[in-house]
Design a protein. Structure first.
Length: 441
């Protein structure tokens, strides 16, 4: 009796992402910084000179796929190991087999998916075998290995950082899925290029998500006599998102970030939250928004409320660590705070004014009085001569000139009366009055 594959074992019954898993590096999309021609990871894989390494990156960027490509090329025994289903007993059994293989001159590559899920004791179990060379360990993790992998084990592994796929990479992958026979190459699928871009934006760097969305859209597309037509409405229904057509490099991108910035500057939290939601729900990278909010904290608020910078940086870190959709509330907190707190652009004005002078006086030497004099020769050349250490003064101030002679007396920072900056303005006035009274000559 011949065993026939069941419906669930047939290749065409597998999800699109599984059917299209790259079989070699030429079919791999993204990670050109590691896998481009001549790049180090590509050479390591092609020459079968794999050493212990960690693949760190967000979901859907190819960590497991790279391990499987290595498995297909290597002459070593390749063992696929899951941190979710394995414990100390399974680790020790695999290690014992690897040790026996080593004695017979055969190398073992052990791939551990989600290695961050192993506790310290489980990770420690790998260490002696990695040190002896019984195994080459390849770990995959979505978490920062500096925090999730034991230091001793991490020091013996090369960490490769995999990046979220770009919109261009994902769009190319989707086109490949429509053309490849393992995908929809045997069907006639009609879908506009802009709709592929919509799916790529929605996937937010995740190849698996992009392929799953495309598959759902094709399966739910309009069936016609000569094939399938995928419309914008189909994609919106499959993703439960509206207004996904959002070009991150185009005019609308800059219009929306401008709207957010100007709403915060105008102290309008409702408008700021609206524009924030417009961008996030259209697929904008939250890190990009967090960077702009952080810039705003210094450019438009500055010392009127020094806490603004702390809050914006905290929101940036939250976006970096947990991503969407969770970080949307952190960004909301930040933009509302920026909107309602006092405003001052005095720091921005100060820098722009100083920049203008700096660019026109690049050859001006640093005054000798504030130069370091670490050598005898420099001291003989009067480096640091006459320097006054402010901490030795009862008022913690000196009247020493710190600007070049050509700019002596120039002022750049003019504090406002807004918020906390009023205190800085009063303090600066006291400092200037003191220096004027104690100025020599």
């Amino acid at each position: 009796m011949i065993d026939q594959p069941t419906l669930f074992e047939r290749e065409d019954a597998q999800p699109l992402a599984a059917r299209l898993r790259p079989r070699n590096l030429d079919e791999f999309f993204g990670q050109r910084h590691l896998l481009g021609e001549g790049k180090v990871l590509r050479r390591i894989i092609e020459e079968d000179k794999v050493s212990s390494m960690i693949f760190w990156g967000p979901p859907g960027v190819g960590k497991t796929t790279l391990a499987r490509i290595i498995a297909g090329r290597t002459k070593a025994e390749f063992i696929d190991f899951s941190a979710v289903t394995s414990g100390i007993r399974e680790i020790k059994a695999v290690m014992a087999d690897a040790e026996r293989s080593r004695r017979f001159g055969k190398k073992t590559i052990l791939f551990v998916d989600e290695i961050h899920r192993f506790n310290k004791a489980q990770q420690d179990a790998f260490l002696p075998y990695v040190e002896r060379g019984s195994i080459v360990l390849i770990g995959a993790t979505t978490e920062n290995p500096s925090f999730e992998v034991n230091g001793a084990l991490l020091s013996r592994c090369k960490v490769f950082v995999l990046q979220a796929l770009s919109e261009e990479d994902l769009t190319a992958l989707l086109k490949h899925a429509l053309e490849d026979e393992r995908g929809f190459g045997r069907e006639k699928v009609s879908i506009e290029p802009e709709l592929l871009s919509m799916i790529a934006v929605f996937a937010n760097g995740d190849a698996r998500s992009a392929l799953s969305t495309l598959e759902m859209a094709v399966l739910n597309g309009d069936r016609e006599a000569d094939g399938v037509v995928v419309t914008r409405k189909t994609i919106e229904e499959c993703t439960s998102r509206k207004s996904l057509l959002y070009d991150k490099k185009g005019e609308e991108h800059y219009n929306l970030i401008s709207a957010l910035h100007k709403s915060m500057r105008n102290s309008d939290p409702d408008a700021a939250v609206y524009w924030l939601a417009r961008m996030l729900e259209a697929g904008e990278d939250p890190i990009y928004i967090a960077r702009r909010v952080t810039r705003f904290a210094a450019e438009d608020i500055g010392l009127a409320d020094p806490r603004a910078l702390e809050i914006s940086v905290a929101a940036f870190e939250a976006c970096r660590l947990i991503g969407m959709p969770e970080c949307s509330v952190h960004l909301t907190e930040a933009v509302v705070y920026m909107s309602v707190t006092p405003k001052s652009n005095s720091l921005y004005v100060a820098y722009e004014s100083a920049k203008h002078d700096a660019l026109s006086t690049l050859a001006e030497p640093v005054p000798l009085v504030i130069c370091n004099a670490p050598t005898k020769l420099m001291k003989e050349l009067d480096y640091g001569k006459g320097y006054e250490y402010a901490h030795d003064s009862p008022d913690k101030l000196t009247a020493m000139q710190c600007l070049p002679d050509s700019l002596a007396g120039k002022e750049y920072y003019f504090p406002t009366e807004e918020g906390a900056e009023a205190r800085f303005k009063a303090r600066l006035a006291e400092i200037k009055e003191w220096k004027k009274a104690h100025k020599k000559g």
